[in-house]
Design a protein around this ligand. Structure first.
Ligand code: RFL
Length: 389
């Protein structure tokens, strides 16, 4: 088995296959240090934690992760808190930075005898419609190489080789540009509130998410095409303060902006997630905007579904799971996409929409927030989908 990519999808899959004695190698374009320090997700769904626990992969997050279950909405109409851990299915998030999870998964895989080829970029998946597919690679210093296996798992993200290798017409692509961009920031500053903060403001959305007791993630909606370094630190903090309504609800705790990047909120799903012997999982299967914190959670879920199906096929000769893989994952992917789309429309006026700001949609948004503030059934629905995957 060849697995492309050592992100959450590839490393969960690698560990689950290794646990059941399936021989596999993970090919990773980046070096180990880069993989272990790439800061992205932080909110793990209850089901993700259950999957990791089921396979003995949750030791680190159990020790260092923090349970989280409250979000606070701020807007011109005031603020309110939703203790979503006491609503819907009563589930909580675990806050655990993605780079720590990836480090745990990688360490566990390597200690168990797993093989990861770092600095090895997959160039193309070949002969996927045969029983002997191969992956052509570029190794360190550009040396070409080739790996063969019974199956290939494309866990190499949106721009990886797996997606690129799909023949024209073999899959249908669903793409949506939500017309919203975020300046994503990692601040060396303690959290300023004990909840996830969602601020809806006429100047644009601002978000606050604790990562650790010293690090906080912030998001600022920005104009499409804004360069990551366009705003000074002072301007960033002033803008966050304004949109989070610090004057009314308390000032933010400021600190150095350690990392920043611009994310255009987009969705991109392929159907089906299989082409012969090639299976897609994680962002390679379906990119989802980070608005509802679903991407890493879907990646872990899909990796478990794929691992079970591969084990059934390779060890027991039962291919039913592989045949059903795409449909099973797509049901989860579309549910998450639907909720993420709803969240985007709850929190933003699309800055990049060709038709520009819409007072009509702003009023709908206000009404939607009012409903979330007052309707118990709406709150239950929100909680179930917010934490669920
Ligand atoms: P990854 O993590 O991108 O890993 C893919 C790996 O493949 C390697 N690679 C290749 N290797 C070999 N050959 C090639 N040709 C290759 N091309 C690429 C890459 O180097 C990399 O190591 O994909 P995976 O495993 O599918 O995991 C997906 C998640 O990383 C992603 O969905 C989340 O980070 C999304 N996301 C969040 N998800 C959550 O569940 N909760 C969150 O709170 C959350 N916050 C976020 C996020 C994503 C964000 N960004 C950067 C878009 C916050 C942000 C800002």
């Amino acid at each position: 088995m060849v697995v492309l990519g050592a992100g959450p999808a590839g490393l969960v899959l690698g560990n689950l296959l290794q646990e059941r004695g399936v021989d596999c190698v993970v090919l990773e374009r980046a070096e180990r240090g880069h993989v272990q320090t790439r800061a992205r997700a932080g909110f793990l769904a209850a089901n993700t934690v259950r999957i990791l626990e089921r396979h003995g992969l949750a030791e680190g997050l159990r020790r260092r992760g923090r349970a989280h279950s409250v979000c606070e909405f701020r807007s011109a109409d005031g603020r309110f808190r939703l203790d979503y851990g006491g609503l819907g299915l009563g589930e909580r998030h675990t806050v655990y930075p993605q780079q720590q999870l990836v480090t745990d998964l990688l360490t566990r895989f390597l200690v168990g005898g797993g093989r990861v080829e770092f600095g090895t970029e997959a160039v193309a998946v070949c002969d996927a419609d045969t029983e002997r597919p191969s992956v052509s690679v570029r190794e360190a210093e550009g040396r070409p190489g080739r790996w063969r296996a019974r199956y290939v798992a494309g866990c190499d993200g949106r721009y990886g080789a797996a997606r690129r290798s799909l023949p024209d017409g073999s899959v249908r692509r669903y793409h949506c540009d939500h017309g919203v961009s975020w300046l994503g920031l990692l601040a060396e500053a303690p959290p300023s509130l004990d909840a996830v903060g969602y601020a809806v403001h006429e100047r644009g959305f601002a978000g606050h998410m604790a990562r650790t007791s010293e690090i906080t993630r912030y998001y600022l909606q920005c104009e499409r095409g804004t360069a990551a370094d366009a705003w000074s630190e002072e301007r960033i903090w002033d803008e966050l303060e304004l949109r989070m309504r610090g004057a009314e609800y308390g000032p933010l705790r400021r600190g150095r902006i350690a990392r920043r990047g611009v994310v255009d909120l987009e969705s991109d799903v392929l159907e089906p997630l299989r082409h012969g012997a090639l299976f897609l999982a994680g962002d390679a299967a379906g990119l989802i905007s980070p608005c509802a914190a679903k991407g890493a959670n879907l990646a872990v879920l899909e990796a478990e579904i794929l691992a079970d199906a591969l084990v059934d096929d390779l060890l027991h000769g039962d291919s039913a799971g592989l045949d059903a893989y795409s449909a099973r994952c797509l049901a989860h992917i579309w549910r998450a996409q639907e909720f993420s789309d709803w969240m985007i429309r709850l929190l933003h006026s699309p800055s990049g929409a060709p038709e520009g700001p819409s007072p009509f949609h702003d009023s709908l948004r206000r009404s939607r927030i009012a409903s979330l503030r007052t309707s118990r059934s709406h709150q239950d629905w929100f909680a179930e989908h917010y934490v669920g995957v």
